[in-house]
Design a protein around this ligand. Structure first.
Ligand SMILES: [Zn+2]
Length: 433
């Protein structure tokens, strides 16, 4: 008879456990609820995400408006008015969407936001970048509960489509009259986790160019040796690209620059051959061949010089080559300057940022260029200083990876860091521009 009683008690305990964990309203459970909304491409559930975040904003007392620059792609803009609204405002930006996940490769389902007994929260978006969205809100919640009053207005933007280029999200937002009316003086956008003890901060992104080179040449029998076949022309180009790649990589290997500080170029496909019934005709030299490359420019790379290199060295017309470059966003600001935010005494926002990190008892690694691309480039294009920062230290870099997760204590510490940042940035009065 003992068994049914124990069983019954276990059931009660389980029910109690489930109801308390489900009803609990803590920073962690609020984070988990956002993570459970599947905003992964190709069909992100933006409307559920926006209504959830809007409810959060209302519970904190923030003003909220939903903007829609492309149908079905809402952008949520939250505002905390400052006592001196004539001062330029602060913007905290994050994106609503995430990259897809392959559930079969994960230890826990990617939209379960499961928290393991050792405190790791597993979810797509846990690092990139739903953590910072909720940390922004939690920090504001805590500051408001302490009756903190900002001088500058603090805006929080949650934008769609960053993971597919941002062209229907941040790119359209920065061109809007709504954006202009915000008068933003300084912005924080996403950064990346730091495996070490120090936080990482990013002052620029690299810029992707996708380019294709095509070769044409005389077709001929596979047994012949002759000049200027399409394959020979393409292979010469691939060799030239490889030499350039090596020269950049050597600088990294010698420890003189980080990966993100050089130009990277990688072949991503080759296309050639005359198709036959059982594969390719092995005795025909094809008349056309093509290769595709992923090229990443640093903020100081001269785009005209790179175009010249592609045109003259990698795809010279004299060898029957042609090329196509697909540029992914701006590489210079409206004044024609590289898209970089100064991290020295010339930028007072940098000094306030650094000081706020130190006051939170934390350390910063030297400012870096982000190897990939974020929405920060659209803001920098407008001349706004932006730092990329996601407060995750002692954390493996798992963005876009299987088993993306974040430690609960790291998440909670990040909220404190944002409290320090938001209070310092929003009360900074000197050097307003
Ligand atoms: Zn991201």
């Amino acid at each position: 008879m003992a068994f049914p009683t124990q069983h019954f008690l276990a059931l009660i305990c389980l029910t109690l456990f489930l109801s308390t964990t489900q009803d609990e309203d803590t920073p962690i459970t609020r984070f988990q609820r956002y993570l459970r909304i599947n905003t992964a491409h190709p069909s992100p559930d933006y409307s559920s995400a926006v209504s959830y975040l809007k409810a959060q904003a209302h519970s904190i007392g923030l003003q909220a408006q939903t903007l829609e620059f492309s149908p079905g792609k809402p952008l949520l803009l939250l505002s905390w008015p400052g006592s001196n609204p004539s001062l330029p405002s602060i913007l905290l930006n994050s994106h609503l969407d995430s990259v897809p996940a392959e559930p079969s490769k994960w230890l826990h389902p990617p939209f379960s936001a499961l928290r393991t007994s050792d405190g790791r929260i597993f979810a797509r978006g846990a690092q990139d970048d739903k953590c910072i969205a909720m940390q922004h809100l939690e920090a504001i919640r805590n500051l408001r509960s302490r009756s903190f009053q900002p001088l500058r207005t603090v805006h929080v933007s949650l934008v769609p489509d960053e993971e597919i280029g941002g062209f229907d999200g941040a790119a359209k937002f920065v061109e809007s009259k709504e954006f202009q009316s915000l008068q933003i003086g300084f912005a924080l956008d996403e950064g990346q986790a730091s495996p070490g003890d120090e936080f990482r901060v990013f002052y620029a992104d690299r810029f992707p160019w996708h380019f294709k080179i095509r070769a044409k040449g005389q077709p001929g029998h596979g047994s012949m040796l002759y000049d200027n076949s399409a394959m020979e022309n393409l292979m010469k180009s691939v060799e030239a690209v490889s030499r350039f790649r090596e020269s950049q990589f050597d600088v990294v290997k010698a420890g003189k620059a980080m990966n993100s500080e050089v130009v990277s170029v990688n072949p991503v496909y080759f296309k050639a051959g005359v198709v036959s019934k059982d594969g390719f005709a092995m005795n025909v030299q094809p008349s056309e061949a093509e290769a595709g490359f992923d090229l990443r420019l640093t903020p100081t790379t001269d785009p005209d010089e790179m175009r010249r290199r592609i045109a003259e060295e990698w795809a010279p017309a004299v060898r029957n080559m042609s090329f196509e470059i697909i540029e992914k966003g701006p590489i210079r600001d409206y004044m024609g300057c590289p898209l970089m935010t100064a991290t020295n005494d010339s930028n007072p926002w940098w000094l306030v940022f650094k000081q706020a990190i130190e006051s939170a008892g934390e350390k910063l690694f030297r400012p870096e260029i982000l190897a990939s691309t974020t929405d920060a480039r659209f803001l920098r294009q407008k001349g706004i200083p932006v730092l990329g920062f996601s407060p995750m230290r002692n954390t493996p870099i798992l963005l876009h990876d299987h088993n993306e997760h974040l430690q609960d204590t790291v998440y909670m510490k990040g909220i404190q860091v944002y409290e320090s940042l938001i209070s310092s940035l929003s009360t900074y009065t000197e050097g307003s521009h």
